[in-house]
Design a protein around this ligand. Structure first.
Ligand SMILES: NC(=O)c1ccc[n+]([C@@H]2O[C@H](COP(=O)([O-])OP(=O)(O)OC[C@H]3O[C@@H](n4cnc5c(N)ncnc54)[C@H](OP(=O)(O)O)[C@@H]3O)[C@@H](O)[C@H]2O)c1
Length: 335
């Protein structure tokens, strides 16, 4: 079977399709014929061998995909041949709060192969059924970006109808966060570097928009939009943190989702304490959260936003497209 590997060195130009032997399911295991995949900013960090995301050479990249069950081993009870399922991002984090041991083995990273292959092999416990109304590409966007946004907005949040929620940029996690915050009846404020993308954000239900290129002091713009109170909730996918704290209200919450602009941040502790704000880091989520999210997506007939679909062998092109931030929502690959 064909798999994509990071060969020779860490660079998008060193991705190569190679042959590996077919897999046979052991007890509790399942073989999937993969149908579609989606890429995340994290895949760029893995493929380029950055910091703690650096895997050994030969790694199969990409954490997110959806496939059809084509073979099962003894004792498999959660799925059957023909089911359409997605592997979860952290195969050992099935439920409950995060704890030691649950977050090893993240797919397509330092510790485990990902899903960019014709066939993959997983324990049945680390698979979830995906909502029937979604296309394969839409379903493939759920495991990392979808579950992360669900954790940040729903599992962690205490957002009520009418609360103001700021989401930064229009990438995969942020557009999911906008859609989930709309489930709750929140007033969502979206930032972007592009007026065109902001028009699309409004079509998806954003109440207010801010162009952070033409208006770099976006926390001030948030204060103005909220009568100088500040937002109830900020989903910080950028990681500046001090801007998010400046934009949040007294006693509000910042969900820190990651580090688009670096791995350190200088925070004015006096300003932070003056806000009595809560900052909580989010790291994807569990199978339980994934299943709760799927239930809500099915109920609302929600569709993840797929910007563009590349071919199976075009991971390099897909990652370059993502790096250039030309997308709105998610970038996918078709098996
Ligand atoms: N903690 C977790 O569990 C977790 C899970 C998934 C992702 N993440 C992290 O979340 C972040 C977003 O991931 P993603 O996959 O959604 O990325 P993505 O699809 O590549 O989205 C990136 C978008 O962020 C916006 N952006 C970039 N620099 C910005 C800046 N300085 N200020 C404001 N917006 C900026 C841009 O939006 P515009 O083009 O509209 O300007 C860009 O398109 C990454 O840091 C990723 O590592 C964390």
């Amino acid at each position: 079977m064909k798999v994509m590997e990071i060969r020779d060195k860490f660079a998008v130009d060193c991705l190569q399709l190679v042959e590996r032997p077919d897999q046979v399911p052991g007890p509790g295991q399942v073989v999937l014929k993969m149908r579609a995949f989606s890429v995340n900013y994290r895949d760029l960090l893995v493929v380029n061998g950055v910091g703690r995301w650096k895997p050994p050479l030969g790694r199969v990249p990409v954490s997110d995909g959806v496939g059809i069950v084509v073979a099962t081993g003894n004792g498999v009870s959660r799925v059957k041949v023909g089911d359409r399922v997605a592997p979860i991002f952290y195969p050992n984090w099935l439920d409950g709060r995060v704890a030691g041991g649950k977050m090893g083995q993240a797919l397509g990273g330092a510790a485990a192969d990902g899903v960019l292959a014709e066939y993959t092999l997983f324990d049945d416990v680390s698979l979830v059924h995906v909502p029937a109304h979604l296309t394969d590409e839409e379903a493939a966007t759920l495991p990392c970006a979808g579950v992360t946004a669900w954790s940040a907005v729903i599992a962690l949040g205490d957002i009520r109808p009418g609360d103001s929620v700021v989401v930064l940029g229009t990438g995969g996690v942020s557009i999911f966060a906008l859609q989930f915050a709309r489930f709750l009846g929140a007033r969502v404020i979206v930032t972007s570097s592009s007026d065109q993308k902001l028009v699309r954000a409004k079509e998806l239900g954003a109440a207010e928009v801010i162009n952070y290129k033409t208006d770099p002091d976006w926390p001030k713009a948030v204060m103005e939009l909220t009568e100088d109170i500040g937002a109830d909730y900020v989903v910080d996918t950028v990681g500046g943190l001090k801007e998010a704290i400046a934009a949040v209200r007294l006693g509000g919450t910042v969900a820190l989702v990651r580090l688009l602009i670096g791995v350190t941040s200088e925070v004015d502790l006096v300003a932070f304490m003056g806000k009595c704000a809560r900052v909580e880091a989010v790291d994807v989520g569990s199978r339980e959260m994934f299943e709760a999210m799927n239930k809500a997506i099915a109920f609302h007939a929600m569709r993840p936003v797929v910007d563009r679909v590349f071919g199976f062998s075009e991971l390099r092109e897909a990652l370059n497209y993502l790096r250039e931030a030309r997308h709105f929502g998610k970038v996918c690959l078709r098996a």
